[in-house]
Design a binder for this molecule. Structure first.
Ligand code: NDP
Length: 306
C-alpha cells in the first residue's frame, strides 16, 4: 500500500513508519517541516520515503491508498489558555485539512482508508467506572478536544473506511509519558504517583503500531477502536513493576507537584486516570504481544535506544 502519515516524525509515527516499511509499504511523510523530517528519516536509512511539506500534502494524499493522521501539539506541557487553544486547534485543523483533501479528491485518486488518532481522554476520568467503545464522552477539557477531533474525522467521505483509534498512555523507550516518568522515578526512588489508586490504561508502542497496521489492511477494522492493553492497572501497581524491572525500590510516593513539573497539566492523564478496555480489538481477534504491564515494562527498559 501507499500510505500518507501526518505526525510521522513523532514518537508513535517514527515506529509506525519503520514497521510499515519493513512490511514493504510505501510511506509519504506529511510534515510541517521538511528539514525536521529529513533529520528524523535520513535518506540513507529510509531511501523509499517521500517527504511532503504543507501545502504540498494534497499531492501525496491523492494517489495514496490510505492516510494515518497522528498530528497534534504535545499535551504534556503547561496548559495556559493559549496552549489549550493550540492543543485543540492543532488536531482539529490538521484533521480538517486531511479530510478536506480526501473529500475533494476524484474517485480514481481518493485514498480508501483513514486511520485517525484520538485519545482515551474522550471518556473523562473515573476511579471506579470501566469504559469501552460504547461509553459516552466525559465533560472535561480533554473529552471536548477528543469529541471535536473525532468529529472532524467523521466528516470524511462515506466511501472511505474510517478507523478512530482512542489511544491510551503509550509506553515506549524513546518518548511519551514513560520517557519523562523514568528519570523522575529514579530521582524519587520509585513509588506511586499521586495517590496511586488511579487507573492507568496503557499500551506498548509495538502493540499500538500493530493495531494501526491491522486497521490499515484488515477490512473488518472500522469505527472506534480503543488502543489500550487488555489489563489496565492501578498506578501504584504500575510503579511497583517499574521499580522491579529497573531494579529500584518502590517505597516513596512521587509527589503530584513533581509529576506536574515534568508533564504540566497534561499530568492529569496520569494523576486522574481512567480504566479503558479494548473490547472491540478483542472482538476482532487482535493479539496483544504485551497484555501485561510488567512484561511491557521489562521489554522497554531492556530495549536499546534507537
Ligand atoms: P508527538 O508529540 O511525538 O508527535 C506528534 C507530531 O504532530 C509531531 O511529530 C509533529 O509533526 C506534529 N505536530 C506537533 N505539534 C503540532 C502542531 N502544533 N500542529 C500540527 N502538528 C503538530 O505525538 P505522539 O507520537 O506521542 O502521538 C501521536 C498522536 O497520538 C497525537 O495526536 C497524540 O495526541 C495521540 N496520542 C498519543 C498518546 C501517547 O501516549 N503518546 C496517547 C493518546 C493519544 P511535524 O512536526 O512533522 O509536523
Amino acid at each position: 500500500m501507499i500510505i500518507s502519515i501526518t505526525g510521522a516524525t513523532g514518537f508513535i509515527g517514527r515506529r509506525l513508519v519503520q514497521r510499515l516499511i519493513a512490511d514493504n509499504h510505501s510511506v509519504h511523510v506529511l510534515t510541517r517541516s521538511r528539514s525536521k523530517a529529513q533529520l528524523v528519516f535520513p535518506v540513507k536509512a529510509f531511501p523509499g520515503i517521500t517527504i511532503a511539506e504543507e501545502p504540498e500534502w494534497h499531492k501525496s494524499i491523492q494517489g495514496s491508498n490510505a492516510v494515518v493522521n497522528l498530528a497534534g501539539m504535545p499535551i504534556s506541557t503547561r496548559w495556559s489558555s493559549e496552549v489549550k487553544k493550540e492543543i485543540k486547534q492543532s488536531r482539529i485543523s490538521t484533521t480538517s485539512k486531511v479530510v478536506d483533501i480526501i473529500n475533494r479528491s476524484s474517485d480514481d485518486v481518493r485514498p480508501m482508508v483513514l486511520v485517525s488518532a484520538t485519545a482515551i481522554g474522550y471518556y473523562g476520568t473515573s476511579e471506579t467506572q470501566a469504559f469501552d467503545e460504547q461509553s459516552p464522552s466525559g465533560n472535561d477539557y480533554l473529552s471536548e478536544v477528543c469529541r471535536e477531533w473525532e468529529g472532524r474525522a467523521l466528516g470524511v467521505n462515506k466511501n472511505v473506511k474510517l478507523v478512530l483509534i482512542r489511544i491510551g498512555v503509550v509506553l515506549g523507550k524513546d518518548g511519551g509519558a514513560l520517557a519523562k516518568m523514568i528519570p523522575l522515578f529514579m530521582l524519587f526512588a520509585g513509588g506511586p504517583l499521586g495517590s496511586g489508586k488511579q487507573w492507568f490504561s496503557w499500551i506498548h508502542l509495538d502493540d499500538l503500531v500493530n493495531l494501526i497496521s491491522e486497521a490499515l489492511t484488515n477490512p473488518s477494522y472500522r469505527g472506534v477502536i480503543n488502543g489500550t492493553a487488555p489489563n489496565p492497572v492501578r498506578l501504584a501497581e504500575m510503579c511497583e513493576h517499574l521499580g522491579q524491572v529497573m531494579g529500584r525500590p518502590s517505597w516513596l510516593p512521587v509527589p503530584d507537584f513533581a509529576l506536574k513539573a515534568v508533564l504540566g497539566e497534561g499530568a492529569s492523564i496520569v494523576l486522574d486516570g481512567q480504566r479503558v478496555l479494548p473490547v472491540k480489538a478483542k472482538e476482532l481477534g487482535f493479539s496483544f504481544r504485551y497484555p501485561f504491564v510488567k512484561e511491557a515494562l521489562r521489554a522497554i527498559v531492556s530495549e536499546k535506544p534507537s
